[in-house]
Design a protein. Structure first.
Length: 312
């Protein structure tokens, strides 16, 4: 009888210890789950905070932010690292003032000085436009190659920025510098998503921005990069094909415009020999002639602007 009572007590103690251990395991699992949820919430809040800071920078300093973007897009920021929006503005104001005063002292004409400053500003604007067109053309030529090299690596979401430094050796500027800076920023800050978002702001190319933003989303959700790279390849190929078609149409438009200009000049010379009054005097010194020249100038400016932006 005593033996049965002892066995019963031992079983009771054993089941009690077992149930107590199960309870501890449940408590540990609950604490682990709460800790994981807290970490995920903290990471989500940190990501939202940093994105909000990026958006606040764009909204609070719209002009300066846009100017900084333009300096990045035309490549001047890469060639002259010291060049910021503030330095650019100060240099332009000082140069314009010196040019205005110099031309005024030489020509004694406010109109000539104003035209000189306007010409300098226009020349700088064209230089920036040509620089942006060159950068866009370079990205067009290297984007597909970048995706091909990226597809050759067996990578996960956490390793994508780590290989940018290796891939950058095979592409040209501006992608080369952007990839190197993104890799360095991701290693030093530990935030690959924010490094990718920063890289997307340095290059104007719409498809490059799309690819980088898709990478940032893939990092957050640990998506399969092979699918992303394959999809991006198809999208970039279609974009480049449409770009070539658009370039062909613009080339035809340029040829037609040059032919029209040549025919117009020929017609003006012909009419100038048939009438008593000089056609050039009517064209340059009368209101109808100035209006006609203004309309032609506007059309040419729009055409040049379209040509500069044909890679976009």
């Amino acid at each position: 009888m005593t033996r049965y009572i002892l066995i019963f007590l031992l079983l009771l103690v054993g089941f009690g210890i077992l149930f107590q251990r199960i309870r501890w395991l449940k408590l540990a699992a609950l604490m682990l789950q709460r800790t994981r949820e807290g970490v995920e919430q903290a990471a989500g809040k940190r990501l939202l905070t940093r994105r909000r800071q990026l958006m606040d920078l764009q909204q609070d300093n719209t002009f300066m932010f846009k100017l900084e973007q333009e300096l990045n897009y035309c490549g001047w920021k890469r060639r002259f690292p010291f060049l910021t929006a503030e330095v650019w503005l100060i240099c332009n104001v000082v140069f314009s003032a010196v040019l205005f005063l110099g031309v005024l002292a030489l020509c004694r004409s406010f109109q000539a000085a104003g035209f000189a400053v306007a010409g300098a500003v226009g020349a700088e604007y064209l230089l920036m436009k040509f620089g942006k067109a060159g950068e866009m053309r370079s990205v067009n030529e290297n984007l597909l190659e970048f995706l091909n090299f990226l597809g050759n690596y067996s990578i996960t979401a956490g390793e994508v920025t780590g290989i940018f430094n290796q891939v950058s050796r095979y592409v040209e500027e501006p992608m080369k510098s952007a990839l190197e800076q993104c890799s360095y920023e991701a290693q030093t800050t530990g935030d690959a998503g924010l490094a990718l978002l920063s890289m997307a702001e340095k290059i104007e190319h719409p498809k490059f921005k799309e690819v980088v933003h898709n990478m940032e989303v893939s990092i957050r959700y640990c998506a399969d990069f092979k699918i992303l790279v394959d999809t991006s390849r198809r999208s970039v190929r279609e974009y480049l094909r449409m770009g070539e078609d658009r370039k062909g149409m613009l080339r035809e438009a340029v040829i037609n415009m040059l032919m029209l200009i040549a025919m117009s000049v020929f017609a003006l010379f012909t009419v100038d020999g048939l009438v008593d009054r000089s056609v050039w005097e009517v064209l340059f010194f009368t209101i109808p002639g100035k209006v006609a020249l203004g309309m032609v100038g506007v059309i040419l400016v729009l055409l040049i602007r379209k040509l500069l932006g044909m890679n976009q």
